[in-house]
Structures are given as structure tokens and as C-alpha cells.
Write a protein that binds this ligand. Structure first.
Ligand SMILES: Nc1nc2c(c(=O)[nH]1)N[C@H]1C(S)=C(S)[C@@H](COP(=O)(O)O)O[C@H]1N2
Ligand SMILES: [Mo]
Length: 342
């Protein structure tokens, strides 16, 4: 198996090999990593979660307290909002992802709503704030803190979980050990790693990573400052890899497709601007996990271009040219690979 592609050394950021996207679950060693700061080293038994703000009873919880709550395991596709950034023109600044900032894992944890109920949400609470241990916690609004909020209804959804497990093992340090948030369907910036503090807020959070970064700016048809939330529908081509060669004849083209807005209705493939034809959809690992697809290509000699596009149950599909925006978020342009058939 190929390894992750390092996109930034310090802090460590690395993309998943596209080939790994053939499978409904990405092996943990190949799951992409996106860090804004150094990875904090936290001992699981020393970790405490402070839960406060507009609540009846502030809590302080150890990992054993979380593990005593009803467990929930969900396959969830996480995608960085910056996935596909380098395919925009001009290329926006930011971590130079190709199409490799996406992966799927089985996360195990407990629904956040259990903690909300235990603490007792007071009237007037509108959002839940999550502060990571990797940044400076003192001022969650500053650029030096990694802090993000969720509306109360999203926070109360049973599939919004505080996870300690990933693919059957404890979370690895770079994925948020010992506990991270997982918010299915949302760009993964919402899934705060190394959660140290949770606060109920009586006003919308206006922190750096909430209102300055991770918003669409300068994007046609979208008001400036619109936060990135649901992942836009996208199909990824896992195999054959871009720039490789295959022998003429039948070739199985494989990939995966996902959308934060709902299920994948269809994936279509075309070669050299020919007609779009439907691929066969496989089974995802769960309703929040990406859907594998395959299509058998009768490859004819020459240099060929393969494209794939997905449509979700809302009817949303992918553009043929990137929709540029200042920070390079949400680029769900149709992916193309160039293959030599010999
Ligand atoms: N505390 C903290 N949480 C974080 C981040 C971070 O830098 N610090 N990065 C976010 C972003 S932008 C993404 S895309 C995902 C990446 O999760 P992964 O590294 O497990 O793939 O974590 C999110 N949670
Ligand atoms: Mo991200």
C-alpha cells in the first residue's frame, strides 16, 4: 500500500493515498491528517473535560466517565474544506491539498446529547463551543486557540459524538487522542480534536476559526462570510491512478462518493468528453460513510481522460470548473485522471 503524502511538515499535514479510497473504510495509517498546531501529547488517564457555560451543573469528566455512557459506533467520512484547493486558479493560499484530504473511519464514542442532558442546558443557550487542547485555551476567539461552535440542534443530534475510538483502537495522537468530536456530514473542521473544554453559549461564537477562516469569501452566488458546513457532493477516482498506464481492454475504474446533504443517488463516469454513463454503486459502511462505486471501462489505446461526478439525493451535483473562493474551500469540481492505454 502506498503511504500518505506529506503536504506540510510543521505542523504535520498529510493526505490519504487515493488508492485507499477504494475501500469503504480507510485504514488508520492512511487516514489524512490536518493539524493547525503541534499535536498535543495527552495521557488518557490525566485528561479531563470541563463542561460549562450556560448549564445547570458544570461538569468535569474523565475518560472513564464518558465510557460509562451508552456507546455509539458510526462510520463517518471526514473531508477537509480545503480538499481540492490546488485545483483552483489562481491557487488560494493554504495547505496544498490535491483531492486527498478525505477519509472514512469507524468512530466509537458517546452521543454529545448525553452530556448536554447531564449538565442541563439552561434557557438562552444557542450554541455549543468546543476548545481543543492544541491551541491556547485562554481566549477561544483568538487565532492561537483552536475553537469551534455548533448550533444546539446539531450538537443534540444523536450522531454527533465525542469519540475515543477509531477503527477499533484508541484514537491516535494526531487524530485527537484521547477524545475528539465527530460531526457527520460537516466539513471536518467542525470535528474538534483533543477536546479540552465544552461551553454552552448564549450568543453565536465569533472566533477566528469560525468567522475569519472556514467561511466562503469571494465566491460567486454565496454571501461573503457564509460558514463552511455540509460537505459538498463529490466523487473521487481511486483507481487507476492519475498518470499511470493500463493495458487495453476491460479495466475496472473504482472510487468513492459522498455528500453532507444526504445519500448518493448516482455516480457517472465519462471518457474523453464522451457520454456520461452510470457506475455501479456499492455499499457504504453506514449512512455517514462514503459510497464505493465501480465502472468497467473498455480501454482503447491512447492517452485517455476519465472523469467522475456524483449526484446526491437532493439533486446536487458537481461543477466541471472549480468555483473559486478566497480560501479555496468546498472545491467539488469533477475530478479527472489521465491514463495511458497501451
Ligand atoms: N483541535 C483541533 N481540531 C481540529 C483541527 C485542529 O487543527 N485542531 N483541524 C480540523 C480540521 S480543519 C480537519 S480537516 C480535521 C482533520 O481531522 P484528522 O486529522 O483526524 O483527519 O480536524 C479538525 N479538528
Ligand atoms: Mo480541514
Amino acid at each position: 500500500m502506498p503511504r500518505r503524502t506529506v503536504r506540510e511538515r510543521d505542523p504535520y499535514n498529510a493526505g490519504t493515498p487515493m488508492e485507499a479510497l477504494c475501500r469503504p473504510i480507510t485504514p488508520t495509517d492512511l487516514f489524512y491528517v490536518r493539524n493547525h498546531f503541534d499535536v498535543p501529547e495527552i495521557e488518557a488517564d490525566e485528561w479531563r473535560l470541563r463542561f460549562g457555560g450556560v448549564v445547570e451543573r458544570p461538569l468535569e469528566l474523565a475518560l472513564s466517565d464518558l465510557r460509562a455512557l451508552p456507546p455509539r459506533t458510526l462510520a463517518v467520512t471526514l473531508e477537509c474544506a480545503g480538499n481540492g484547493r490546488t485545483r483552483m486558479r489562481p491557487v488560494p493560499s493554504g495547505t496544498p491539498w490535491a483531492f486527498d484530504a478525505v477519509s472514512t473511519a469507524r468512530f466509537t464514542g458517546t452521543s454529545l446529547v448525553h452530556l448536554l442532558d447531564a449538565a442541563g442546558v439552561r434557557r438562552g443557550a444557542v450554541e455549543v463551543l468546543f476548545v481543543g487542547a492544541d491551541g491556547e485555551e485562554a481566549d477561544p476567539r483568538s487565532e492561537a486557540a483552536f475553537a469551534r461552535s455548533l448550533p444546539l440542534d446539531v450538537a443534540r443530534h444523536p450522531d454527533t459524538i465525542l469519540a475515543w475510538g477509531m477503527n477499533g483502537s484508541p484514537l491516535r495522537p494526531q487524530h485527537g487522542h484521547p477524545v475528539r468530536l465527530v460531526v457527520p456530514g460537516w466539513y471536518a473542521v467542525a470535528s474538534v480534536k483533543w477536546v479540552a473544554r465544552i461551553d454552552l453559549l448564549d450568543a453565536p461564537f465569533r472566533g477566528h476559526w469560525q468567522t475569519t477562516k472556514y467561511v466562503y469569501d469571494g465566491m460567486e452566488g454565496v454571501p461573503d462570510g457564509t460558514p463552511v458546513e455540509a460537505m459538498r457532493v463529490r466523487a473521487a477516482i481511486a483507481r487507476p491512478a492519475d498518470g499511470t498506464s493500463v493495458p487495453a481492454g476491460p479495466v475496472v475504474v473504482r472510487g468513492t462518493a459522498w455528500s453532507g446533504a444526504g445519500r448518493i443517488r448516482k455516480v457517472e463516469v465519462r471518457v474523453d468528453d464522451g457520454a456520461w454513463v452510470e457506475a455501479a454503486l456499492g455499499r457504504s459502511a453506514g449512512r455517514h460513510g462514503a459510497t464505493p462505486w465501480t465502472w468497467t471501462w473498455r480501454a482503447r489505446k491512447g492517452r485517455r481522460r476519465i472523469e467522475a461526478r456524483a449526484t446526491d439525493e437532493t439533486g446536487a451535483t458537481q461543477p466541471l470548473v472549480p468555483v473559486w473562493n478566497h480560501h479555496g474551500y468546498g472545491n467539488n469540481v469533477v475530478q479527472r485522471v489521465e491514463i495511458d492505454v497501451d
